[in-house]
Design a protein around this ligand. Structure first.
Ligand code: HEC
Ligand code: HEC
Length: 704
């Protein structure tokens, strides 16, 4: 019995949040995980271990009760853009820009086949010049018997089912709007789907491929994972009100939500310490064998004003580790520990840290025993390796030959990991070796190409790489791997952060749908071309692009082409294309033409650039003061100047487009209206309208 206790202790299973080993408290599962209780637990531990005679009793008690604290059984399942077959011989990858999936033969390290999901590969629309794949696969789950793949098709609002033996699409299951995640149970009996825009999670019975349940979650969910015992499904909330929603698989109902709270400025007020709002919560990854979730994400500083706001003070990489008291995560998850990038090495915290700068933590995978975590960083294009017990960085794998790394998976033997580079359409193989000196991870061989041929035009492909890259070794886009366009414009949209810029508070505008149809750029029409964002690269990203440098101009032009032609508008969950507007929406439309359309005219609902089609900054520039100006407080709107040096009064604003406005909360230049209802109730043009009229206006706006 004594040796049983010793056995448990040598396992050195760290309990998240209490830096201690197995203890009586764990066996009974009665210590909630917070610091004061941890201290109590420590004291209890010490007291007990000072009394040698009690140890056998403790062991007895543990043996009797340990079933309740045994690690969750089986490997957790995580939604990813790539998946390994059960025999470990094939890797399946989604090709978002090609409307296809690829099977890679790992025994030869080559592309075995690419399976087109639609009838033809995507192409540039000859009328609009836009490149908009109609299917956009984002995640894949394999069901090995009878050999099916389930693919979340973000643009098609469906899950595609593929016969993996024959290599053909058998059918598509209609889902909610913009599915971004799929995860299958280990026995393949059920597949769960996360619908990003309709904010629902659905359950598919794989025997019939019918949707057998739908549950609502809060806005903009993204990723999903099943814990080892498959009792809970975890769903990430990506941007506004970030966190992890917990769904019981037995009742298929939401049973809890763990918020990921803001990180305050450090007591020293040093803006280089990680701080800000939690953003870009893509993945949630259960750690094998332990009641612990690892959630990679970013922090965006809404605390630091320009000019202190810079490449190294705006956004920070982080991982939140979530665990719960004793018995499990259901409904009671608390964030125990956030692993942060800590700039001054002298101030390394006791809670785990990483010492290299990385950008865009996107996915994470554990070795099968849960001892090592590999975090894939989409933007810095590298992988950070952690000791999962201590949460300390072991090493950084850089460079890798993959850009916009959206997924990482570790094989069942724990000897290889595979990275999916979306913008480079390839897979990088990592070799994982453990010896007496520790764990060593390195790139193995050349990357494996995922496409037979790339249908995306090369300028758009190049622009996409730049937009999502913080690889400062390859591009002068940022300094020391810090920050990208996509940091603030994730998915080309908005991070819903109100930045403190020199011109005043500025909520990041979405770039969805491109800017070619929306007139002047920036909230006060300060610029007229995306090529001018070399200035943003220099001011906010610490990069050095110059548009008057002939060598660098093509890169900026590719970036502008990508922004204007290849970022899709979000699909609208409030509009049924077959049905048209309902009565309330139709009445809202009438009110809109009476009260709003003078400033919000046309298909893009803006008068920006009206009477000035070439967007000449010296020509007429239409701006309005609509009563939204911030005139008091610490960060008021300031007079500024446009690209050509023309003055802008502090309170004059460019009319924003309303296309896709349902998805771009919060509203107004300073993000002061959390919802469309707030925006309309504060709108001068809507003043005097009844509350029913305002509600109808909102119903209409939500359909745009
Ligand atoms: C630190 C966050 C941040 C970064 C990094 C960033 N942006 Fe922005 N972006 C903003 C904010 C905030 C605005 C609005 C500024 C204003 O109105 O004064 C904006 C505005 C824009 C606009 C104008 C949109 C419109 O409709 O008026 C474009 C285009 C744009 N950004 C593209 C880019 C590109 C390209 C990059 C990378 C080179 C980039 N941004 C990097 C935050 C950011
Ligand atoms: C006089 C011109 C004008 C009229 C009339 C007008 N708007 Fe606007 N609208 C603007 C301007 C300018 C802004 C930007 C204000 C800001 O960012 O602070 C704006 C912003 C908005 C926004 C926020 C968009 C975002 O992305 O932040 C919404 C929603 C909106 N208007 C709806 C309406 C509705 C509904 C009406 C009619 C009841 C209306 N507007 C009438 C000029 C106008």
């Amino acid at each position: 019995l004594i040796s049983a206790v010793d056995d448990m202790r040598v396992k050195e299973t760290l309990v998240a949040g209490c830096d201690r080993k197995w203890s009586v408290g764990d066996c009974f599962g009665f210590w909630p995980r917070n610091d004061s209780h941890c201290e109590e637990a420590h004291r209890a531990d010490e007291a007990i271990h000072r009394l040698p005679w009690i140890t056998p009793l403790v062991a007895l008690a543990c043996a009797a009760i340990c079933a309740s604290c045994a690690p969750a059984s089986g490997a957790p399942q995580v939604s990813r853009s790539l998946a390994l077959s059960a025999d470990g011989r094939s890797l399946w990858v989604v090709n978002t820009e090609s409307d296809s999936i690829s099977q890679i033969d790992l025994t030869t390290g080559t592309l075995a086949r690419e399976i087109l999901l639609g009838s033809s590969p995507p192409a540039v629309d000859p009328h609009t010049g836009r490149y908009e794949p109609a299917i956009r696969p984002r995640a894949i789950a394999l069901v090995d018997s009878p050999g099916k793949a389930y693919v979340a098709a973000q643009a098609a609002n469906a899950v595609f089912v593929i016969d993996t033996h024959a290599g053909v699409v058998t059918h598509a299951i209609p889902t909610g709007v913009e599915p971004t995640a799929v995860v299958a149970t280990r026995d393949g009996g059920a597949v769960y789907v996360v619908n990003h825009e309709s904010a629902t999670v659905q359950k598919i019975d794989t025997a019939t491929d019918a949707v057998i349940g739908t549950v609502a979650v809060s806005e903009h969910p993204w990723g999903a994972a099943l814990r080892g015992d498959e009792a809970d499904l975890y769903v990430t909330q990506w941007m506004v009100n970030p966190g992890v929603t917990i769904i019981s698989t037995a009742s298929f109902a939401v049973v809890g939500f763990t918020p990921l709270v803001d990180q305050p400025l450090d007591a020293s007020q040093n803006p280089q310490f990680p701080n800000g709002q939690v953003r870009a919560v893509y993945a949630v990854v259960p750690r094998p064998g332990v009641e612990e979730l690892w959630v990679p994400h970013e922090l965006h500083s809404n605390n630091t004003p320009e000019p202190a706001l810079a490449f190294n003070t705006a956004a920070f990489p982080a991982v939140s580790r979530i665990s719960a008291g004793g018995v499990g995560l259901s409904g009671t998850g608390v964030v125990d520990n956030r692993i942060l990038f800590q700039p001054p090495l002298s101030l390394l915290g006791p809670k785990g840290y990483f010492i290299d700068v990385v950008s865009g933590p996107r996915d994470l995978a554990f070795t099968p025993d849960g001892s090592v975590a590999l975090m894939a960083n989409a933007q810095s294009e590298d992988v950070m390796v952690f000791d999962a017990n201590s949460g300390y960085e072991i090493s950084l794998v850089r460079p890798t030959p993959s850009g916009l790394i959206e997924g990482i998976v570790v094989d069942a033997t724990g000897t290889h990991a595979y990275l999916h580079g979306r913008s480079t359409h390839n897979v990088t193989v990592l070799a994982i070796a453990t010896d007496a000196t520790g764990v060593h991870v390195e790139v193995e061989g050349s990357p494996i190409e995922c496409l037979a041929s790339d249908p995306m035009p090369s300028n758009l492909r190049a622009g996409m790489r730049l937009f999502y890259s913080a690889n400062s070794a390859l591009f002068p886009i940022t300094n020391n791997f810090w920050i990208t366009c996509s940091t603030c414009h994730p998915e080309g949209q908005t991070d819903a952060v109100t930045w403190r810029l020199l011109q005043g508070p500025r909520d990041t505008p979405s770039l969805a749908g491109g800017t070619s149809q929306t007139g002047f750029l920036m909230r006060q029409a300060l610029r007229n071309s995306v090529v001018q964002f070399d200035e943003t690269i220099r001011a906010l990203q610490g990069g050095s692009y110059q548009r008057d440098n002939a060598d660098q101009l093509p890169g900026l032009e590719a970036l502008a082409d990508f922004v204007n032609d290849a970022i899709p508008l979000p699909q609208n969950p409030n509009l049924d294309p077959g049905r048209g507007l309902d009565a309330s929406q139709a009445h809202g439309q009438e009110l809109f033409s009476q009260h709003c359309a003078t400033c919000h005219p046309g298909a893009w609902y803006t008068d920006s650039g009206q009477g000035n089609p070439s967007l000449n900054l010296a020509g007429p520039v239409t701006l309005h003061d609509v009563g939204t100006c911030v005139t008091s407080g610490p960060y008021p709107d300031q007079p500024s100047t446009d690209e050509a040096g023309d003055p802008r009064a502090a309170c004059q604003f460019n009319t924003p487009t309303l296309r896709g406005v349902f998805a771009t909360d919060p509203y107004f230049h300073d993000g002061s209206a959390p919802t469309l209802a707030d925006a309309v109730s504060r709108d001068l043009a809507a003043a005097g309208l009844s509350s029913q009229d305002q509600a109808d206006l909102v119903a209409f706006l939500k359909t745009l």
